[in-house]
Design a protein around this ligand. Sequence first.
Ligand SMILES: Cc1cc2nc3c(=O)[nH]c(=O)nc-3n(C[C@H](O)[C@H](O)[C@H](O)COP(=O)(O)OP(=O)(O)OC[C@H]3O[C@@H](n4cnc5c(N)ncnc54)[C@H](O)[C@@H]3O)c2cc1C
Length: 414
Amino acid sequence: MGGNTTERARFDVCVVGAGFAGTVMAERAASMGLRVLVLERRDHIAGNAFDHRDEHGVLVHRYGPHIFHTNAPRVSDYLSRFTDWRPYEHRVLAEVDGQFVPMPINRTTVNRLYGLTFATDAEVQRFFDEVAEPCAAVATSRDAVVAKVGSELYELLFRGYTRKQWGLDPSQLDASVCARLPVRTSADDRYFTDAFQQMPAAGYTAMFERMLDHPLIEVRTGTAHAGESERGRVALLVWTGPIDEYFGRRLGALPYRSLRFRLETRATAPGVLLQPVGQINYPEAHLDYTRTTEFRHLTGEPGGHTTIAYEYPCADGDPYYPIPRPENRALYERYRALAAAQRGVVFVGRLARYQYLNMDQVVAQALHAARASFGSRDASRRRRGAPVAGGARVAGDGGVRVPGGGGARVAGDG
Ligand SMILES: Cc1cc2nc3c(=O)[nH]c(=O)nc-3n(C[C@H](O)[C@H](O)[C@H](O)COP(=O)(O)OP(=O)(O)OC[C@H]3O[C@@H](n4cnc5c(N)ncnc54)[C@H](O)[C@@H]3O)c2cc1C
């Protein structure tokens, strides 16, 4: 564990976890003159957004490809203090029956799969109206997809991918998993339509280094915090780890789906990329990986080597995706009730909320929690060492829309 609790009492705030949630909280606290200790279990900062150079010098994302996009100017404005940006619009193709088709489904997807030549939104809409199979009550993910695009497109593009991703058939998964699935009548093939789609120019880790580079912040990597049993005397504890871990999993473990990554690096002529777009999805059952991502599409780096990440969903490993089932949500709510009774602890971030959240949503949530905990410069100026708000909180979402239910990702999101 990271030093004894008496020694930690010289800090005003102890932040557990150096991902987006913890780093934003630490930076905001320090900006208000508070002394901050950041404890991170892994041997690096940046949480799951961590990137680094592999042995060939290619910038890769260790915990899966991370594409930044947001519609919240306050999030992009805030992060812009710590990084320059490089424009990048993510595109995804799915490989089915030996051909590549855009995801989300759009006009080109329909034309290619059915050998059609639709040229207008109205024609494609008529097609969807014909193939859709409305059901009275949309209860499962299968219902949600079939009600929009019918069972043939569901079988081709969603069923196999979802079964690999979750280890469950879509008919066993909450409808919320697919509820936000976009289906387009236009030929727009961008994966995201957010106003701001840019990647940190020097990478995520470099941005985090700048956020944590403050004389009032001390970062200790390779240091785990045990949660409630190690609460100690620090005025405010910010917990961004798994909420069940904080309580010693006394009500049982919250289940997650995990991923294994295999990275393959190949020599290429400078400027040459192997994939036509950043990400390819593989919905067919005979392959056990779900998607491949070629990092140089995302980073825009030149170079004589290129690295592709293959993703293999699995049951065990790092906690990546909360499994969106009602019983898991109910267990989370019981932990949330315990959290609400804690004094001087703020629970923020994807693991503390047991919810799939995009990076911008976590930043918004942390900015919101920081304002509630430390105030803002415009409000009463806080002196160094002054007490911080003491009540326990499970942070709100800071106004950035979060998906309903407990999770997301069907055919390629996040
Ligand atoms: C495969 C994958 C791809 C994704 N792609 C995207 C994307 O393209 N775009 C997007 O916007 N979002 C994406 N996301 C979501 C993104 O990863 C999260 O929004 C972000 O990581 C959330 O930050 P966080 O700080 O809440 O959690 P994390 O980044 O997980 O940080 C939490 C940190 O706390 C540490 N920790 C936990 N418990 C303890 C403890 N007891 N003691 C000390 N340290 C502890 C962990 O080691 C970790 O470093 C993706 C997620 C996954 C899984």
